[in-house]
Design a protein around this ligand. Structure first.
Ligand SMILES: Cc1ncc(COP(=O)(O)O)c(C=O)c1O
Length: 491
């Protein structure tokens, strides 16, 4: 099918027919998602298909397409499926899928230069400035995800505090002992960012949470005072807009005040929660986010944009440039020609070559509008409340944390209650229960620990999930829980 001289097809009509078959298969996949299992274990022979030697000769595209449908599609993690409730993963949309195809066709390298894809990315920046009430001086850049965006924020805060020369001298030169602050409920990538930025995770103070799983402000202020008395220099406060375990929103306005008082960089990890700004119900609870020096968030979570589409928004683009621009002869800027249009995205983050993530984001926001996307976010929160109510009405289930947004942590306790089971037995039972739920493939939550105890964790992010899926979750937990409980030895 391919030309001898290039990788393009020789038989375009045959290729076109093949392309349409592939598109149809993925549209069918999405349309019929509900009939499939959310997830299923990967059989050994299928895994073995991906342990072959480097192919010297090509394989027919029709054959590869068949292999994709047979060996790959059924064994993805299933986050597009309405029954997927694990971790924090968006469902994507057919619109986003088509946009991905268009951007792959264009094969734009959006590291920089005079090209309209850069303007599409700037359009997203304008929209995000508007959404978060950030000033015209704000900069933004697409990255893989919030883990990367949080890391970049730590680097920017570090350079802001130590001065730009630290990019050359490294961080030990100043002799300063810099400390950062976040809640014990913050995502692990914040500690990882401190590690990668050269501080070490010990320089991150993980402050205990209050009963609402928000950072305890009094303990935070105390810790800052202790550190200052010992000669440490607080430079960064990271607030969470939706913690990964339970969906708690820190008091962002109070954190902004504290950061201002101590002249710290105030960064918000809003991986999924920041886009709560699209919901009239949630936006007021994010008050203070508009005062952040930087916000990290993902369009691929509550924004339903296909993976990956992380974003870092920075109040002052100059801070971004100071941290990431790195002039080079071969990246010379001009006022005309293809090398015009500076600053480029490569000046705003670590990547030079980068794909056109802005296109699928632009398509998604433009196709649905912010009202509809906000309504989807509200629906996911309503599902969480519905599940919480079902749990509270069911004596064999226990809610383990307040439901702030779209995440519910609970466990099966059995009757009469946990007195019949030790904490360890309950942990083992619920752990097994989650695995069996995933293997059954109807609804698939994940798990976490709440106050040291195992919790079934259902996060509603996918726009396809309905109340019927929540009912299936409750019924399945009860059915599997009863069966496991019956086999548990009483203490
Ligand atoms: C609060 C929070 N922060 C950071 C992350 C990491 O985001 P990503 O997976 O896009 O790197 C997550 C992921 O779920 C999260 O929930």
């Amino acid at each position: 099918m391919h030309s001898d001289d290039s990788l393009d097809p020789t038989d375009w009509p045959a290729f076109r027919a093949q392309a349409h078959a592939m598109l149809d298969d993925m549209l069918n996949y999405t349309e019929q998602l509900r009939a499939r299992p959310v997830w299923q274990p990967i059989p050994a022979p299928i895994r073995a298909h991906f342990q072959e030697q480097l192919p010297q000769h090509g394989t027919d595209l029709t054959e590869l397409h068949h292999q994709f449908m047979h060996d790959i599609v059924p064994y993805a993690i299933g986050n597009a499926h309405p029954g997927f409730m694990g971790w924090v993963q968006g469902g994507g949309t057919p619109v986003g899928m088509l946009a991905e195809m268009l951007s792959a066709g264009l094969n734009a390298n959006v590291g920089g230069r005079e090209q309209i894809p850069i303007e599409v990315e700037r359009q997203i920046l304008h929209w995000m400035r508007e959404l978060f009430a950030f000033p015209a001086s704000a900069g933004g850049v697409f990255v893989t995800g919030t883990s990367m965006a949080n890391f970049m924020a730590v680097v920017i805060a570090r350079n802001r505090f130590l001065g730009n020369q630290s990019r050359r001298t490294g961080i030990s030169e100043s002799g300063k002992k810099l400390t950062a602050y976040t809640s014990a409920g913050a995502h692990g990538c914040v500690a990882k960012a401190m590690d990668l930025a050269g501080f070490g995770t010990a320089a991150l103070r993980q402050i205990p949470m209050n009963d609402a799983f928000q950072i305890d402000l009094q303990k935070l202020a105390q810790q800052i005072a202790i550190d200052q008395a010992e000669g440490d220099e607080p430079f960064l406060i990271v607030g969470s807009a939706g913690t990964v375990d339970v969906g708690a929103i820190d008091d962002l306005a109070a954190l902004a005040d504290l950061a201002q008082q101590h002249q710290c960089w105030f960064h918000v990890d809003g991986a999924y929660g920041a886009l709560g700004m699209l919901s009239a119900q949630i936006a007021p609870r994010l008050t203070g986010i508009e005062r952040a020096a930087s916000i990290a968030f993902d369009f691929h979570k509550w924004g339903q944009v296909p993976y990956d589409a992380g974003y870092l928004l920075v109040r002052n683009i100059q801070d971004q440039l100071d941290s990431f621009s790195a002039p080079a002869n071969y990246l010379q800027r001009e006022t005309r020609g293809m090398a015009a249009n500076s600053p480029w995205p490569c000046d705003l983050g670590p990547d030079l070559s980068r794909g056109f993530r802005a296109l699928k984001t632009w398509f998604t926001i433009a196709a649905f509008g912010t009202q509809k996307l906000g309504q989807i976010i509200d629906n996911t929160c309503a599902l969480a409340q519905y599940l919480a109510r079902s749990i509270q009405e069911e004596p064999k289930l226990e809610l383990m944390a307040p439901v702030s947004l779209n995440i519910v942590c609970f466990r099966y306790t059995g009757l009469p209650d946990l007195k019949n089971m030790t904490i360890e037995q309950a942990d083992v039972l619920n752990n097994e229960l989650v695995i069996r739920l995933q293997e059954a493939g109807l609804v698939a939550p994940s798990s976490t620990l709440i106050n040291g105890q195992f919790a079934i964790r259902a996060a509603f992010v996918n726009h396809r999930t309905t109340r019927a899926d929540v009912d299936t979750l409750v019924l399945s937990v009860l059915r599997l829980g009863d069966a496991l409980f019956a086999s548990t030895k009483p203490q």
